[in-house]
Design a protein. Structure first.
Ligand SMILES: Nc1ncnc2c1ncn2[C@@H]1O[C@H](COP(=O)(O)OP(=O)(O)O)[C@@H](O)[C@H]1O
Ligand SMILES: O=P(O)(O)OC[C@H]1O[C@](O)(COP(=O)(O)O)[C@@H](O)[C@@H]1O
Ligand SMILES: [Mg+2]
Length: 554
């Protein structure tokens, strides 16, 4: 992985401009800070020449650097922009947005989003803060790059299930049809491989009318099967010009590959990613759709575990929840429930035996309360299980590591412990993982899915290719590379995890070394390595925004 971005090698003019800029930026004195009151900051196109800021964002491979569009404004303002059709098709025509004649929208005071509106990545600032990184605000544009009858859109869902998938599909179809009068919309079946191995299915508002009441995805989904060339060949052959891709981090990586191939071929095709993940592990965005529904459903399992535990002598209820690398569902379900005595997540190491270990805590809790509830995220404690069970290193078709069953393993360990102590106890292990992600989305998620779908449509119609997402409560177009280059994780050095520890009263299980390591990891994650000749304005902006990257933190 490259430590920073470089300019495309063929852009000699840009290189010269950058060198001139370097001098200015390095020699600049202190700038006065503007008032920072609005969520969306308006910028002027002329105020930010294009830039060597490219070199300062982290986690972007050299090959991707050519696709990064970063612009600078005053007072440390940085726009991390998304690609547009006009970037490689300079003569792409524009048309008035048909929404302007739509009766439902005629009363809206300012329906169209100003082209220069942007959304800040960080909203908590200090008096002297630089303005930091911004994303292009989502929403309908005055002019679009597609005529309604020219659009041939397709929708695909990839990866694991998540509540709300059907709602997003429904709202994409209804939004395209009702807002933009698009009537050529196709469903790709069973994930990425469906682009080249199945028929495309025509979908209309009528056929999707009731699907939001059902869990799963009516289009089907799968892991693996991403073959960029075959996918783009099919898009090209079938004349598709808007591709809506709903899926998690793996899917968004795939969407980015598709976009790059489309651009390489010079096709007039917009790619819109709608991020999906029940684990809530997608970077930058506030929260992924379906997450609230999943946390709500998890309460039912935790309640059952509590009832079982309370009804037995020394009863333990153990609930395993999803969360491969990120323990957000476990953390939020625990905080919401208040019946949980211990929550274990992948981000927070723990140990079983000895002073301060899990077994000692369980024993103490049973002696005090006669019952307890443990919530464990599926990715927790994989390192300790691997010590007792040889790890197989198996992967799923998408290359995700297959996990060992921490719930079952803990159940046996706890049973063995109390047996050796000759202490009566009962443990009930509940694994509701697939039940939680197979439900339909709740009301709040349904609304969220609708807005995401609409943002995706407005962006594609206006010629942008990006992932859509909510950033600090406002919808934004986020570059693909940004959502795929890091993973959102629970920060055990943040206040939210402290709240959890204080609500469960569990030990933190952390040694000083663990804490130091966690702090160091945060520090490194928040500080992109700087190139030798740095533009400090932009570097600082990235610094600040990175420290705000822990979404779901209050
Ligand atoms: N690095 C990648 N490049 C291209 N496609 C990918 C990449 N990682 C995953 N994919 C594809 O994205 C799809 C979904 O990925 P997966 O990891 O299973 O789920 P999710 O998108 O929910 O994380 C799969 O079809 C997989 O082949
Ligand atoms: O059995 P499957 O379908 O592979 O799904 C299991 C995984 O799906 C997840 O829900 C995550 O799915 P995504 O990667 O699709 O977001 C994990 O929590 C879980 O490990
Ligand atoms: Mg994933």
């Amino acid at each position: 992985m490259a430590s920073h971005i470089i300019l495309p090698p063929d852009d000699e003019q840009q290189r010269r401009e950058d060198e001139e800029q370097d001098g200015g930026a390095a020699g600049g004195g202190e700038q006065q800070q503007p008032p920072f009151s609005a969520m969306c900051v308006r910028i002027s196109r002329d105020s930010y020449p294009n830039l060597r800021a490219l070199r300062n964002a982290s986690n972007v491979s050299l090959a991707d650097a050519a696709h990064v569009k970063i612009s600078e404004g005053d007072f440390g303002y940085v726009l991390d922009d998304v690609p547009h059709l006009a970037d490689y098709l300079p003569d792409v025509p524009t048309y008035p947005n048909p929404l302007q004649d739509h009766p439902a929208y005629s009363t809206v005071k300012q329906y169209f989003v100003n082209e220069d509106d942007t959304v800040p990545q960080k909203v908590v600032v200090q008096k002297n803060s630089r303005r930091g990184v911004h994303f292009r605000r989502a929403g309908p544009r005055q002019r679009v790059n597609f005529e309604s009858d020219e659009v041939k859109a397709c929708i695909v869902t990839c990866g694991g299930l998540c509540p709300g998938l059907n709602t997003v599909i429904r709202e994409l179809v209804c939004g395209l049809s009702h807002m933009y009068n698009v009537n050529k919309i196709y469903g790709i079946q069973n994930g990425y491989k469906g682009f080249y191995s199945s028929n495309y299915v025509a979908i209309t508002p009528k056929t999707v009318n009731d699907i939001h009441k059902r869990g799963g995805t009516v289009l089907g989904t799968s892991r693996g099967g991403h073959d960029t060339k075959k996918i783009v060949d099919n898009i090209q052959d079938r004349g598709i010009n808007q591709v809506y891709i709903i899926g998690g981090d793996g899917t968004q990586k795939g969407a980015y590959e598709i976009y790059k191939e489309i651009r390489k071929r010079g096709l007039k095709v917009a790619v819109a990613g709608v991020p999906k993940t029940i684990d809530n592990d997608i970077a930058i965005i506030d929260k992924s759709f379906g997450f609230d529904s999943a946390v709500e459903e998890a309460q039912r399992a935790i309640n059952s575990a509590h009832v079982e535990a309370c009804s037995a002598e020394n009863g333990i209820g153990l609930v395993k929840l999803m969360g491969r690398y990120s323990g957000f569902i476990a953390m939020y379900a625990t905080l919401a429930s208040r019946d949980v005595d211990c929550c274990l997540i992948p981000e927070s190491p723990f140990y079983m035996d000895g002073e301060g270990g899990l077994l000692q805590y369980v024993e103490r809790r049973l002696k005090e309360n006669k019952h307890m509830v443990i919530v464990v995220a599926e990715g927790a404690g994989q390192d300790i299980i691997a010590k007792s069970i040889p790890a197989s290193d198996q992967q799923d078709a998408s290359g995700n590591k297959l996990l060992l069953d921490i719930g079952l393993w803990l159940t046996h360990k706890i049973k063995d412990h109390f047996k050796s102590k000759k202490m009566e106890m009962t443990i009930k292990y509940i694994d509701p993982t697939y039940m939680i992600r197979a439900i339909p989305s709740n009301a709040a998620d349904n609304v969220y899915c609708t807005l995401l779908a609409h943002s995706a449509i407005h962006g594609a119609m206006a010629g942008y290719s990006s992932t859509v997402g909510m950033v600090n409560g406002r919808h934004a177009y986020i570059p693909f590379y940004r959502v795929t280059s890091t993973r959102n994780k629970v920060k055990i050095t943040d206040r939210m995890w402290a709240r959890l520890l204080s609500s469960t009263n569990q030990p933190s299980f952390l040694s000083q070394k663990d804490i130091d390591e966690a702090r160091e990891a945060d520090r490194l994650a928040n500080k992109p390595p700087l190139p030798s000749v740095a533009n400090h304005n932009v570097a600082n902006a990235f610094d600040q925004s990175a420290s705000a990257s822990s979404n779901c933190e209050i």
